[in-house]
Write a new protein. Structure first.
Length: 624
């Protein structure tokens, strides 16, 4: 199955059970997708186009990255460097709307899974740069309008053609982002009992920042010449769902500092709206960690055939557990998005042999499916059905809504356009339900849900793997031709002591089920840029229809378990109910963070003991 703009709904979420759309192959062959239907100039030569993708000797544009959808490129004209950040990204049309011949040349779907350091070698990247280089000089006053556009505006490429002359491209001002920003006074009023006045950072205008590079959808590298000189720092700003950014600011300002927690914001960054003159908080400046993320480190080690030594692994594991304990000591503190991407490396600055982990990204948004504990995951499935099913599946949509409301109290769908309104614990309904239970009854379910994610993170750390490979979600699009790589919970390198602890942390995970019906058998992998059956030899072996069938079977099993869990929520308190094998009793058997910390400290202390050394040697982890 070729990747498309609908791959999330078609394959990566429970909506796959209800998708009745035409397969991608049929869509691509439909008359409305042919070059002639668009009235485009067909007098172009394939070889000439390919030769024209040679990079310019005097470039005027640059590509810093691309979003996970492969359509939103962080491309910018060179005149924008060293100016104030404007956050204008370039949006391409859906892959399936490209003319067939052009799509075969540009291969736009490769942008979804190609590593960032290889992005510029892709045909679609070269073509985009060529297009922007040719288009921008034809727009009168382009530099003036670009730099004066509202924060978060877009450059839209409405359709794709071989020649820029046959394409519709325009700079689209977006005033909504600035209008939805909250002022500093609004935030102070909303958080008056949660953030001490002395903990608020200084405020600066966005014009005081000097843009350097866009490394992520939400992260720009900048300098503050008037404040920090040439020191490079990170500007975090969200253009979608700003409420998560405001919740993160509140969390960072209300938490006590910790050695393994990202420091509080250095500055709040404000922006005066182009329309109406309102001044709102556009983002915040924080320390930039040049060492990269734990994910980057694990991928680099894997590529080089090296690994962290056992002392460093145990050091990382202990530090992570300590900072999670610290976060949970706050009344509304918890961390629901634990994965290697959200842990960055701080070295000692000298030998770089002693490294520390730093936890960041405290939006409290929730995590990917493969990382989430089942007691959260299954609620999120219901939310997706209740929110995104269309009118053709109104009965299923209503049933999911009623299940959420009956099992967990009031629930209503939210959208990305919802303006910020202060809510303790963020905006994830499933996680907030656990938080409310902790506040009311001192329940440990919230902590044990985080322990589940910690267990999976420890698996990644000790196995030297950056990804879990144990479900169908966005992670499946990050590894092309990796069908033979191991996935959770297979162990090759983890000492028996740590294996046992990981098993205890991840009690209730469907991956532990060996039964064919109950175990999480995904059956799909990304091979040659296409989603295919895991055991297929060739990408041509699996058709679009077959891939959808595999995905549908997976999600039918997942929804069956989700509905069983919702039944469990309703009946678990009733006397006489047999809860054997259910999620809640299994989750209750997970250790607490303090238990895990004690064991990790003990492991560190005895790492040189003869018995432990023998165990390490048995799994091949003593580095000589």
């Amino acid at each position: 199955m070729e990747l498309s703009s609908t791959v999330v709904a078609d394959v990566l979420t429970p909506l796959a059970v209800y998708q009745l759309q035409k397969p991608v192959e049929e869509h691509a062959k439909s008359p409305e997708n042919k070059d002639t239907a668009r009235g485009q100039n067909l007098a172009w030569n394939r070889d000439d186009l390919i030769r024209s993708l040679t990079p310019s000797v005097d470039p005027k544009w640059r590509i810093d990255g691309v979003d996970t959808d492969g359509r939103r490129f962080f491309a910018l004209p060179l005149f924008a460097i060293d100016k104030q950040p404007v956050r204008i990204d370039v949006w391409l049309p859906p892959f399936e709307e490209y003319p067939l011949e052009l799509r075969s040349i540009l291969k736009p779907d490769e942008a979804m899974y190609t590593p960032r350091d290889q992005l510029l070698s892709l045909p679609i990247s070269k073509f985009l740069l060529k297009t922007l280089e040719e288009w921008s000089p034809t727009v009168p006053g382009f530099e003036r309008d670009y730099l004066a556009a509202p924060f978060g505006s877009r450059i839209i490429i409405a359709d794709m053609a071989a020649s820029t002359r046959d394409m519709t491209i325009y700079l689209l001002p977006d005033y909504d982002i600035e209008q939805n920003m909250c002022s500093v006074d609004q935030l102070k009023k909303a958080w008056c009992n949660k953030v001490n006045e002395e903990d608020w950072p200084p405020t600066i205008d966005v014009s005081e920042l000097s843009f350097k590079k866009q490394i992520h959808e939400a992260i720009s590298l900048v300098t503050l010449p008037g404040q920090l000189g040439d020191r490079v720092v990170a500007l975090k700003s969200l253009l979608r769902d700003q409420r998560y950014m405001y919740n993160e600011i509140k969390t960072l300002l209300s938490l006590r500092p910790h050695a393994n927690l990202v420091p509080r914001p250095l500055f709040l960054v404000t922006k005066k709206a182009k329309f109406g003159g309102k001044r709102g908080v556009a983002g915040f400046v924080m320390e930039y960690f040049e060492g990269g993320s734990l994910k980057d480190l694990l991928l680099r080690n894997k590529a080089e055939g090296t690994e962290l030594d056992m002392r460093q692994k145990l050091r990382f594991a202990r530090q992570l557990t300590e900072v999670l304990i610290h976060v949970n000591q706050h009344r509304f503190g918890f961390y629901p998005d634990l994965k290697p991407d959200n842990l960055v490396i701080r070295s000692d600055g000298k030998t770089k042999e002693v490294m520390d982990l730093v936890l960041l990204d405290l939006e409290q948004r929730g995590g990917w499916f493969s990382w989430s504990p089942p007691e959260v995951l299954y609620v999120e499935y219901m939310e997706i059905l209740a929110t995104w099913l269309d009118y053709e599946h109104g009965q299923q949509k209503q049933r999911a809504t009623e299940r959420l409301q009956n099992c967990l109290g009031s629930w209503e769908a939210t959208t990305q356009s919802t303006r910020y309104k202060d809510q303790d614990g963020g905006f994830s309904f499933a996680w907030k339900a656990l938080l409310q239970e902790r506040l009311e009854t001192n329940s440990k379910r919230l902590e044990r849900a985080q322990v589940f994610m910690l267990g999976k993170l420890l698996w990644c750390l000790f196995e030297g793997e950056a990804r879990l490979r144990c479900g169908i979600d966005h992670e499946i699009l990050q590894e092309n031709d990796a069908q033979d790589a191991i996935g959770f919970p297979h162990f090759d390198n983890t000492p028996k002591h740590v294996q046992d602890m990981i098993r205890e942390c991840t009690r209730g995970a469907p991956e532990w089920e060996v039964d064919e019906k109950r175990g999480r058998k995904t059956g799909l992998t990304l091979k040659g840029g296409k989603l295919v059956q895991t055991k297929s030899i060739s990408v041509d072996e699996v058709t679009d229809t077959a891939t959808r069938k595999i995905a549908r079977a997976f999600w039918e099993r997942e929804l069956e378990q989700a509905n069983a869990f919702m039944d469990e929520l309703l009946s678990c308190e009733r006397p006489g109910i047999d809860a054997t094998g259910c999620i809640l009793p299994e989750a209750k058997r997970r250790p607490l963070l303090s238990d895990i910390l004690s064991r990790l400290v003990e492991f560190e202390e005895c790492v040189c003991d003869e018995l432990f050394a023998f165990e390490l040697e048995r799994v091949g982890q003593i580095q000589r």
